[in-house]
Design a protein around this ligand. Structure first.
Ligand code: XMP
Length: 492
């Protein structure tokens, strides 16, 4: 049995967490530009190993889109109906794609005035021209629309369209499309199959590498995560709704406070049989729980791609206060990382919650994490749901635990905690400072992580897992924070 990660925090019984440890500096034999923070979850390689939490004050449409554009992942919460979840994941999936499936078309015999009307009213800059047999016969862009009243009144599309259509075959890569657009100096590239039928459209605008690190699927759509209850829905109607949702989701996150439970495991097995997408299961906090889930349960092996860990350490959590049980994120990470090493190293580990400073992220990776998930860092961003309020002149946003009484009134997350528990909240609702756009927060988290890796001498996340950790003495904890300054007492 591996005890590598547990030995790093010295003693199995010490439930150590971020402030208890520091990463020991290592030898650095590479340039800062060589540091890579890529990490793997199921079939995707993410350029940013950071995930926004499945909470209703953290991740809805805007956050999910931005997280994916920056190379990470947003997990949309489950404190709402399946209908609302479907609406959200659909928008995220369609938000950015270099292939437009829903192409605007027109007939060659249509009046040119109709083309002008379509372009102006639907905000499109070009139309693909399709003949009676549904084959592509031309392309018409804004530049082809005539200026003169006479032409506009009497002209038809075929008189103004470009007949020599520069196109590309279905399945072409982003690079092929970029080359074709560059060679032809065109802005639009219809995708036409060998029989002449239109299969989609690629535009130069959508290919622009504005977000070169975005998390995208095989079709160029953003990768989307969604939280689910482990309870299997019994009605056919709910099951078909879930199947519809499944079309737009890449990774489902089973979202309960404690997943090491027979009923939740059985429900999840059924969900995995019903749905196509991959699954991350959680939360758990111990070696034994991970060992049980990986080696003794009947989960579909292809779809079981990750474990999410940490119990009671979130900034809005009161589980440990209310129940006396907890597995803080660093401790849970080390525990589960060892079980993954022993039973199935292909499973990725998501360390969830409890991160207060950028420096806590690298500590989680050193304890065996592949990804970190946070609500705390993102709840105060422009992209999180909710309004900006002002308290004593400071801009703030609401951040609430999914176990808070405020979040539970909707009824959707009551099964996130102990079944049947009605009066005991396991989270709070409060304010966090408004911190502006997500881009700024991501930039400091990314930089904190990369600089940490340079100090530790780790070129990538796998190397970071091998970096040494030391327990900091109470005196050391004081010394490694700001100290002995006039204002310092207020900042600690
Ligand atoms: P942070 O530290 O980022 O933690 O605020 C976010 C994680 O906390 C979990 N979560 C809760 N845990 N009671 C809990 O015990 C709650 O009300 C609650 N709400 C969220 C969740 O795993 C999230 O990702």
């Amino acid at each position: 049995m591996t005890d590598y990660y547990r030995n790093k925090i010295h003693h199995d019984e010490i439930i150590a967490t971020f402030d208890d440890i520091l990463i020991v500096p290592g030898y650095t034999n590479f340039n800062p530009s060589e540091v890579a923070i890529k990490s793997k979850l199921g079939k995707y390689d993410f350029n940013l190993p950071i995930i926004s939490a499945a909470m209703d004050t953290v991740t809805e449409i805007e956050m999910a889109i931005k997280m994916a554009l920056f190379g990470g992942l947003g997990v949309i919460h489950r404190n709402c109906s399946y209908e609302k979840q479907l609406e959200m994941v659909r928008i995220v999936k369609r938000a950015r794609s270099f292939v437009i499936d829903d192409v605007a078309t027109i007939s060659p015999n249509d009046p040119i005035a109709k083309a002008k009307y379509m372009m102006e009213n639907y905000n499109i800059s070009g139309l693909v021209v399709i003949n009676d047999t549904k084959k592509v016969c031309g392309i018409l862009t804004k530049r082809d629309i005539p200026f003169t009243e006479d032409h506009l009144k009497k002209g038809t599309v075929k008189e103004f369209m470009t007949k020599q259509v520069i196109s590309i075959s279905p399945g072409a890569s982003r690079e092929d499309a970029l080359n074709r657009l560059f060679e032809s100096r065109k802005e639009k590239l219809p995708i036409i199959d060998e029989k002449g039928f239109l299969r989609g459209l690629i535009t130069k605008k959508d290919l622009a590498p504005e977000f070169p690190f975005a998390s995208i699927d095989e079709d160029g759509h953003l990768v989307c995560g969604l939280a689910l209850s482990p309870k299997f829905p019994e009605t056919i109607q709910a099951q078909s709704m879930l199947k519809e949702i499944d079309k737009y989701v890449d990774i489902f996150f089973i979202d309960v406070a404690d997943f090491y439970k027979k009923a939740d495991i059985e429900g999840t097995i059924k969900l995995m049989n019903l749905l196509e997408s991959e699954f991350v299961l959680g939360n758990i906090g111990t070696y034994e729980a991970a060992e049980h889930l990986i080696s003794k349960c009947d989960f579909n092996a292809e779809k079981f791609i990750g474990l999410k860990v940490g119990m009671g350490s979130g900034s809005i959590c009161t589980t440990s206060i209310q129940t006396g049980v907890g597995a803080p994120t660093l401790y849970a990470t080390a525990q589960v990382a060892d079980a993954i090493t022993d039973y199935n190293p292909k499973i990725s580990l998501v360390a969830d919650g409890g991160f207060k400073n950028p420096g806590d992220l690298p500590k989680a990776f050193t304890a065996g994490a592949d990804f970190i998930m946070s609500g705390h860092f993102f709840a105060g961003c422009t992209e999180s749901p909710g309004y900006i309020d002002t308290i004593q002149g400071r801009k703030v946003k609401v951040y609430r635990g999914m176990g808070s009484k405020e979040a539970r009134t909707s009824g959707y997350v009551s099964d996130r905690y102990t079944e049947g528990s009605k009066v005991l909240p396991e989270g709070v609702s409060d304010y966090v400072p408004f911190v502006g756009d997500l881009s700024g927060v991501i930039a400091s988290l990314r930089e904190g992580l990369m600089n940490s890796m340079i100090y530790a001498g780790a070129k990538n996340i796998q190397a970071m897992k091998k970096a040494k950790i030391g327990i900091v003495s109470p005196v050391g904890q004081r010394e490694t924070r700001i100290h002995d300054l006039i204002g310092a007492q207020w900042r600690i």
